[in-house]
Design a protein around this ligand. Structure first.
Ligand code: PBG
Length: 326
């Protein structure tokens, strides 16, 4: 006796044809780091294989990814000068603003540009907002986030992605964007962002480790699930076009619930620690990098993600082309 599933799996063509999860390269977003300076392309030891660019060389990073088949980019700025209010995040000469202008001048609509909107890389204390009495002051931070989002839109950004977890961010950004005529710029909200040790390599790459305390007052406790769903709903009510769950692999239950309970697209961010773990374990000969990359990405889509933000974007496009996933 041979079961139906076995008959189907015996044939490669049928196996692919009957896959329950579909993955396309258009669903991938590739994060890029841009620092102050000229002619810089430096390796990031904490993120093997990733490069930190300056606003001029980022064109090379974007071009390589476009050639590989990636269309969407999430940019993180690493400014030289930081201050208490993160003023370089909304300067029209900021690193991400200049990078956007350069990329749009060279690639136009071929490159879809998303700006991470947060102050932590730009503040001297490394927190995601203005500090008052040793605490992040939510409401005064909102005005700066709105200014930041606007400056990204003016520089050619196609979408803004607020990641600072301040209450009321989505409403503040939507109002500011609409007032200035950027009604078509969507907001992808980091709605369920957990206080996670998986961000470690990113903080090295972006220079955004808090100088005191931690982010537990504004990022979420990993014991909580209902809280995530509530925050997601609040962000949708405020006007988020896409909601995000971050990190991805340890939070697939949240991705799955978000998919079931909402009607907006769900993005998952497979963060720096997830990438670095696979890379270093593979470099040590302990796991097979390619297969683990494919399996992890497929699991995130299987959980219900529509969009995946991943440092493996280029490699995943190749895997989709070969039919190994997708
Ligand atoms: C905050 C931000 C962080 C990441 C994306 N946006 C770091 C943090 O909250 O500390 C992490 C991304 C990653 O780890 O890959 N601006």
């Amino acid at each position: 006796m041979v079961t139906r599933t076995r008959r189907l799996r015996g044939c490669e063509t049928l196996r692919r044809a009957t896959r329950e999860t579909r993955i396309s390269s258009g669903s991938l977003i590739y994060p890029l780091f841009v620092r102050e300076g000229k002619g810089i392309e430096e390796d990031l030891p904490s993120l093997p294989g990733q490069i930190r660019y300056s606003p001029d060389t980022v064109l090379r990073g974007v071009e390589a990814a476009l050639v590989a088949g990636v269309r969407a980019f999430l940019l993180f700025g690493v400014p030289e000068a930081k201050d208490g209010i993160g003023s370089n995040s909304y300067s029209e000469h900021g690193v991400v603003q200049r990078a956007f202008e350069n990329v749009k001048a060279s690639f136009g609509k071929d490159a879809y540009l998303i700006a991470d909107v947060c102050l932590c890389q730009y503040t001297s204390h490394g927190h995601c907002g203005i500090i008052q009495n040793e605490e992040v002051d939510n409401d005064s931070t909102l005005q700066l986030l709105a200014k930041t989002a606007l400056s990204y839109a003016r520089a050619g950004g196609d979408m803004v992605a607020p990641s600072g977890m301040m209450d009321g961010t989505v409403a503040a950004l939507r109002a500011a964007l609409d007032t200035e005529g950027f009604t078509n710029i969507p907001i992808m909200s980091y709605a369920a962002k957990y206080a996670s040790a998986f961000y470690g390599p990113f903080r090295d790459a972006a220079g955004s480790t808090p100088q005191f305390g931690d982010r537990k007052t504004y990022q979420m406790d990993y014991h909580n699930k209902r809280e995530a769903l509530k925050r997601i709903q609040v962000d949708i009510d405020e006007g988020a076009d896409i909601i995000m769950v971050k990190p991805a692999l340890s939070y697939l239950d949240i991705v799955s619930k978000a998919r079931e309970q909402t009607n907006v697209p769900v993005a998952a961010y497979s963060v720096s620690g997830e990438y670095a773990m696979i890379k270093t374990a593979a470099a040590a000969g302990i796991v097979d990098e390619y297969n683990i990359m494919c399996e992890s990405a497929a699991s995130i889509f299987r959980a219900g993600a529509d969009i995946l933000i991943t440092y493996f974007a280029k490699e995943l496009v190749q895997a989709i082309r070969k039919g190994d996933i997708g």
